[in-house]
Design a binder for this molecule. Structure first.
Ligand code: 5CA
Ligand code: ZN
Length: 409
């Protein structure tokens, strides 16, 4: 699949700091110091509805990770998937009486537009589940042939007990895992499974549902977790730097994905850091397509809201926190954007070299965007109060805010 156009990232004087980021698996901060090419996999959308503020907040967090790396003069190898066939997508298509392929294409196209408007950097490889199927089938066959997967009435399940490290991403109790598995696409109650938590790798063709050639597995479609593993291993290999997503993906998705990959390769761990963004809520409940309590990026754009203000609204919260979207959050961002734009449009300026270093320090400190925004606020206040005679300062601030925060002033 094609991704979306990249906005340019201005180069800044000097060099940024290595990223210290919270890793779910170890429960603490890790310092990521990759070689010349940093590798990141971020779980993409299931395209059955438009991009909401929760999605946007999560993709914003991983966009910042890349901006920190770019500022350390590294290249970034970024891979993202699109879950363009899965139960919720098929169910929505049936509910609305539309073709599932058309639904996925339409919503993916809208997502690309939203990401472009928000200045999110595009992945180099943007891969749909459907196009990944030829790579998924041999992985499932290998797991089955090695005894790490088994058949149940034609479906193929992964045996979580095959991975000695199973549980080391989430560290959740078995009880919680069972609960979340049922809630998030698993089937812990299905009779005949070796372990109730075992996730499906390959689902045999069902009447009235799309299916693909599965070689020795028979016709069917892939499970959710193996989709991301196949794409990540194909394009990044093992031991990549960051596996990213929202905190609702910790279990089962990232736990199972790590287990699949580790069992397939015998290497550990799949990723150096498992990084998770908090959940954005609306009216006290997690914003979700299934609940329908949504604020869409595309709707705000259509209403004439500046995407830079939407981005600033996302940045005003720390990525790991759960937070609530309100009109006030957006209003504050609109006002802040106005203050910043007024400040950089003055011809002379308050020196900004220290501000660039403050931004670098805040972002490398587990993406501390509230501190970064406060630093720009202080500079803008000084600049508006008396300015200074540093003519290069407004341009430097514009470039820094663009390069490090993805906001075009
Ligand atoms: N296609 C799978 C991942 S392989 C999927 O989870 N798709 S999704 O469309 O449901 O979510 C896309 C991303 O947005 C995921 O990282 C998810 O954790 C994140 N996300 C979904 N809802 C919210 C929310 N309310 N707040 C923050 N992030 C969210
Ligand atoms: Zn995924």
């Amino acid at each position: 699949m094609h991704a979306w156009p990249a906005s340019e990232v201005p180069a800044l004087p000097g060099k940024g700091r290595d990223l210290r980021i919270h890793d779910t698996a170890t429960g603490g901060r890790v310092t990521l110091a990759p070689g010349p090419v940093a590798r990141i996999y971020v779980c993409g959308i299931t395209p059955y509805d438009a991009t909401h503020m929760g999605h946007a907040a999560t993709y914003n967090a991983f966009d910042l990770v890349q901006r920190v790396w770019l500022d350390t003069k590294r290249q970034v190898h970024y891979v993202q998937n699109v879950t363009d066939v899965d139960d919720p997508l098929l169910e929505r298509a049936i509910r609305d009486g539309i073709d599932w392929v058309g639904l996925a294409e339409r919503e993916t196209a809208l997502f690309r537009e939203d990401m472009t408007a928000l200045r999110m950097l595009p992945p180099q490889h943007y891969i749909g589940a459907v196009e990944a199927i030829p790579g998924i089938v041999p992985l499932v066959e290998r797991l089955r042939d090695s005894g790490a997967a088994y058949e149940l009435d034609g479906d193929v399940y992964f045996s979580v007990d095959a991975d000695p490290h199973f549980g080391e991403v989430s560290h959740y109790s078995t009880e919680l895992m069972r609960h979340l598995s049922a809630e998030r696409g698993g089937d812990p109650e299905r009779p005949g499974k070796k372990n109730p938590l075992d996730p499906m790798l390959w689902m045999a063709a069902r009447e009235g549902e799309p299916s693909w050639d599965g070689g020795s597995l028979g016709p069917g479609r892939p499970g959710w977790h193996i989709e991301c593993v196949a794409i990540a291993l194909d394009h990044l290999g093992m031991g990549f730097d960051v596996q990213g997503g929202g905190s609702d993906l910790i279990f089962p998705h990232h736990e199972m994905g790590a287990s699949h990959a580790q069992t397939l390769t015998g290497e550990y761990p799949m990723a150096k850091a498992y990084v998770h963004a908090g959940m954005v809520a609306l009216d006290g409940e997690k914003m979700s397509k299934s609940r329908g309590n949504l604020v869409f990026v595309s709707k705000l754009r259509k209403d004439g809201v500046d995407p830079a203000a939407v981005r600033l609204a996302l940045l005003s919260h720390r990525y790991r926190d759960d937070w609530e979207w309100t009109d006030q959050v957006l209003q504050d961002a609109v006002e802040r954007l106005g203050r910043w734009r007024a400040a950089v449009s003055r011809p002379d300026g308050t020196p900004a070299d220290a501000l660039v270093e403050e931004l670098r320090e805040a972002l490398s400190d587990d993406l501390d965007t509230p501190t970064a925004l406060a630093a720009v606020d202080r500079w803008a206040a000084l600049q508006t109060a008396d300015g200074g005679d540093d003519e290069s300062a407004p341009g430097l601030v514009s470039r820094a805010v663009d390069a490090l925060l993805g906001v075009a002033l």
